[in-house]
Design a protein. Structure first.
Length: 609
């Protein structure tokens, strides 16, 4: 998954492109490059590593162009090298292309192009596009050449292309990888997501799959690949540039952890109807009648989003009495899922671009299921391809490790459980009780955040252990898995989440004084069961951190360390319980001096399968 930025207008193109790439670096950062057009000539510069390396390469070059394209890469085909970095040029150097996606038939196309004399400089699938477009460029109509080339491509793409003798236009096209146009004053932008163009314009147009745009500094037109004009809608993005910056914190991740009280408010704004003991979810109103008939929900997601889905499963079974299954999106599409008109398939996805989740939704649609989405990025592909859905309104989540999106997903899942429950047997009193408790969550999270320094000290104490086990039951079992994922993905410490009751069936063999355990044991319906698991661990000299409810003094007698969270409903405990786990992982990774926002091997949104 890569980041693309294109610019045409009155400013210095390379400076604008570099600034945009820096804001997309979380999308992938093993190499980057730019290509500009000036005086009928294309100049391209590329560098391995982070974008600062490209910036250093360009400093002093003063390319002084007004049009260009650029790319930051997360390798899928070919190692991170300068040759494999984008842009890729045609043989004659008169065309440049950047690409995000996977060309599945690139080997065949490469062989055919080689037979026609094309010379390839990289091992990437993307370079095929530059030579394929060159094949169709004899009439010097760049858009036509791109259209004809893309008709031969199987797979996914978000691309931008420029040519030396079309020096006032950029061609952009998408199929499966996001692209957004930023509409400025006598300047226009193209980017993989809005973070790259925030601060220049708030007017954007999202390209849809199969669409291609010709963009100049004062105009843009969108058609399909057969040049049929497509009307488009200009959206106004409500994220300020500030929101996509760090807000004074050392890392985006810490900023986003600290934002969670506000995120709960934003995720519920205008949606709570306490006087009726129910909620209003505008994005589901068109399918409300269908939701009444639903007897089964399949939740599909990946990573953290899937752990949110697992908690949603408990909620909807307990409060809406609907049968729920949670599936790995990457597995769902290769099974033979039994879907019918009484089944809804719910995708949970922060980015709305995760390839596995998108593919699973498309499979569900092909089988006629009602498809729903819980998505954070407005206008993202999953949001637009599901029949209906609910936006998180959590604001841009820049850090690769998902935090505020997770708590927002849990809130929206709670709202959906109330909506579905109140369509069924949930009483007004129960609905109101849940809503009233949701309204207390921002203050309760703020209280937890005030103990961040205590968690920071705890993190330092445990930072050097090579392994960690997280345990939880019922609503807190998926929370244990999420806590483990947070730690492993940013600190690279081996950590696993287990169902507490499952531990004695094998995993307890791992326990010794070098394998600490984070036991999530709030005072809830399964507290006593958790305590007996903790006793088993202590008997084997295991070190224990207990996360429990305020006032539970018993915990201090048995644990090495205790973290308290305020009391709340059992179903809402994970929204509070995850905050200390996020901070614990964050401080350990920071203490170890790791790149918290851009951990090795990971990308923010995995738009490849
Ligand atoms: C979580 O911290 C990871 N970044 C990853 O597991 C992520 O949750 C997963 O890739 C799903 O992404 P999505 O929510 O954008 O679909």
């Amino acid at each position: 998954m890569c980041g693309i930025v294109g610019y045409v207008g009155k400013k210095n193109a390379e400076n604008t492109l570099l600034e945009g790439l820096k804001r997309l670096e979380y999308r992938g950062y093993d190499s980057s490059g730019i290509a500009i057009v000036k005086n009928g000539k294309i100049t391209s510069k590329k560098a391995v590593g982070k974008i600062i390396n490209l910036e250093n390469l360009l400093s002093g070059k003063n390319l002084d162009a007004r049009i260009g394209i650029s790319h930051t890469r997360w390798a899928t085909h070919g190692k991170p090298t300068e040759e494999n970095a984008h842009p890729h040029l045609s043989c004659d150097g008169n065309l440049a292309v950047v690409h995000n996606g996977i060309i599945e038939n690139y080997q065949t196309l490469r062989e055919e192009l080689k037979k026609k004399g094309h010379k390839f400089l990289s091992q990437t699938d993307s370079e095929v596009l530059a030579h394929l477009i060159e094949e169709f460029y004899e009439k010097k109509d760049l858009k036509h050449a791109v259209c004809e080339a893309l008709k031969l491509v199987e797979g996914t793409y978000g691309i931008t292309a420029i040519a030396n003798d079309n020096s006032d236009e950029i061609i952009a096209a998408r199929k499966g990888s996001p692209l957004v146009l930023g509409i400025g004053d006598n300047e226009n932008f193209i980017a993989s997501d809005v973070a790259a163009i925030l601060g220049y314009t708030k007017q954007v147009v999202y390209l849809n799959d199969g669409e291609i745009a010709r963009v100049t500094k004062d105009n843009f037109e969108i058609t399909d690949l057969d040049d049929r004009k497509i009307d488009c809608e200009i959206s106004k993005i409500d994220w300020t540039l500030e929101e996509s910056q760090r807000g004074g914190h050392d890392h985006f991740m810490l900023k986003e952890i600290m934002e969670q009280p506000r995120v709960i408010v934003d995720s519920t704004r205008g949606r709570l109807l306490p006087e009726e003991g129910t909620v209003r979810l505008g994005g589901l109103e068109d399918v409300e009648a269908k939701l009444r008939k639903i007897e089964r929900i399949i939740i599909i997601a990946c990573g953290t989003a899937r752990y949110a889905g697992l908690i949603g499963e408990y909620m909807m079974e307990e409060y809406a009495e609907i049968s729920v299954e949670v599936e790995f999106a990457s597995e769902f599409r290769y099974r033979k899922p039994i879907l019918d008109e009484k089944t809804a398939v719910l995708a949970v996805s922060q980015s709305g671009e995760t390839a596995d989740t998108l593919a699973a939704i498309r499979e569900a649609k092909r089988k006629g299921a009602l498809t729903l989405g819980i998505v954070n990025v407005v206008g993202s592909t999953i949001a637009r391809e599901t029949d209906a859905g609910v936006y998180n309104h959590a604001g841009p989540e820049i850090a690769v490790a998902s935090t505020k999106a997770f708590t927002s997903q849990l809130v929206v899942l709670t709202l959906m459980a109330v909506l579905l429950g109140r369509q069924r047997k949930m009483s007004e009193v129960t609905g109101r009780r849940i809503i009233e408790e949701i309204e207390t969550l921002p203050k309760k999270i703020e209280k937890i955040l005030k103990s961040a320094d205590k968690i920071k000290k705890l993190a330092k104490k445990y930072a050097d252990y090579p392994n960690f086990m997280y345990l939880g039951r019922k609503y807190c079992f998926p929370l244990a898995e999420e806590g483990a994922l947070k730690l492993k993905e940013i600190s690279y410490i081996h950590s696993e989440g287990f169902a507490a009751g499952e531990m004695k069936h094998g995993s307890i063999a791992l326990i010794d004084e070098n394998f600490p355990v984070f036991a999530i044991a709030p005072k809830d319906s399964v507290y006593e069961k958790n305590i007996s698991n903790i006793e088993e661990i202590l008997a084997r000299k295991g070190k224990i951190i207990i996360l429990t409810t305020e006032g539970n003094k018993e915990a201090e007698k048995i644990a090495d360390d205790v973290i308290y969270i305020p009391k709340t409903l059992e179903m809402l405990t994970p929204i509070l319980g995850v905050v200390p786990l996020q901070l614990f992982a964050y401080y350990i990774a920071s203490y170890k001096g790791l790149d918290v926002d851009k951990p090795r091997n990971l990308a923010k949104s995995v738009t490849v399968e």
